[in-house]
Design a protein around this ligand. Sequence first.
Ligand code: NAP
Length: 482
Amino acid sequence: MRAQHEELAEQKAELVELRLDWMRKRPDVGKLIKDCPTPVLITCRRKEDRGHWLGTEEQRMSILREAIIAGADYVDLEVDIAKSVPRYGDTKRVISYHNFEETPLDLNEIYEQIAACDPDIVKIVTMANFQEDNIRILELVRSANIPTVGFCMGEFGITSRILCGQFGSPFTYAGFSRNREMAPGQLTYAEVRNLYRFNKITQDTKIFAVVGDPVAHSMSPLLHNAALRKVGFDGVYLPLRIPEGTLTTTLKELERLNISGYSITIPHKQEALQATDISDNESEEIGAVNTLFHKGGQWHATNTDCDAIEQTVLAGLKNIPKLTGGLSDKRVLILGAGGAARAAVQAMLRNNARVTITNRSRQRGQQLASEMECGFLQWENRSTEEYQVLINCTSVGMHPNVDETPFPGHWLRESTLVFDTVYNPENTFLLKQARERGCETASGVEMFVHQAAGQFAIFTGQPAPREYMEETMRRAMSLGRR
Ligand code: NAP
């Protein structure tokens, strides 16, 4: 515990919670807190509060009293025992309430109950089952007279874990490492400090977010936060889980948090178009959006996937000396007929390419082809014609099915640009085989960075540090972070 404490102090942690219930033997509290490298908060959680304390309640109370007598900076007392542990010396009292099931409707009553227990800091931590739970707890923090640490747990709770400081929480909680998670959804100290930069968030900090379901493994927070830090923009970018079918209502509720822009991912790309006041022609044509931004009191929708696909393909073509003149008149085969394929068709058509679509489900493919006025080829016949650009917009080859390809290697022709929109992994089986056949390739990582860079420019009004973003993404992927 001391070793971890010292490591956190080196990383500039200002207050460290010592969870005595995690210690195997009853600790000598005086010895433990003597010469500590930072101020400490002493906590000893019971089993019913998801702690690990195995001794009796009497022993636990005696440990907490011992901590106070030894001069701990802070001690955590659950609201139901707080009145039986009197104030003594300079030790500050964090009076806490936890609810691992829900965020109850009577948060104000809970606050009043804690306020009556002589707290220096009120701590209310509840489970979020909806984004709205975060909003209610943050509003409580803002209205509190006593300094209040209030946030939600669980995957939905990250919003308030990070934003509670902006609403007035004196601090938030983070774990030492991933395998020391003290509560559901808890982030690590490194994530809170270095990725989300909790300490730098002020009233003026602009908030951005990616919304999707699932969203926990999205690379967007890593990429956008790194870019915000790199250019010195006062902003934070969060992952917000919003279940399918609830986007419109949740975005309305989230207006209370003053969020300036959203990246939209699966499954909301279509619904987001309906949830906005104004959408550009591109999004209307594609029928899907990946970006919402607030401007002039209204929500605008756009789609940066289309530009991203265009930029990725044009950059790839430049490396094929035989294929001059950009995309004009080039024959392009697009595999798939979902959202990514729609953006790809749009990007290719506006560059006057000759586009053919093929899709596993014939009807869906044919429909897209007739809507966008381009060619259609049955999935079984996709190898029969020659193309200069092949774009995979199916999910085939994506983790964990990394040995699959939507277009077997022996069908590929040397002078083709093969672009796989799948970015996890970057080196898909399709791209590996394409390189073996001598084809030029372009990857989903390039596209992902382009679309994120497009969003960044819209959100901040500044050019994105694109190369830095690409480096960040590749480094994270090589470390296995997704
Ligand atoms: P989507 O709307 O769900 O469409 C999925 C497409 O994949 C459909 O055409 C589907 O065909 C096809 N498909 C799925 N499994 C298949 C299989 N086993 N064999 C043949 N075809 C199959 O998804 P989306 O939003 O278009 O995304 C598609 C892919 O694009 C994603 O996997 C993602 O990796 C990639 N993407 C990348 C970026 C980036 O920035 N790099 C951005 C967006 C998307 P059916 O119609 O027959 O089901």
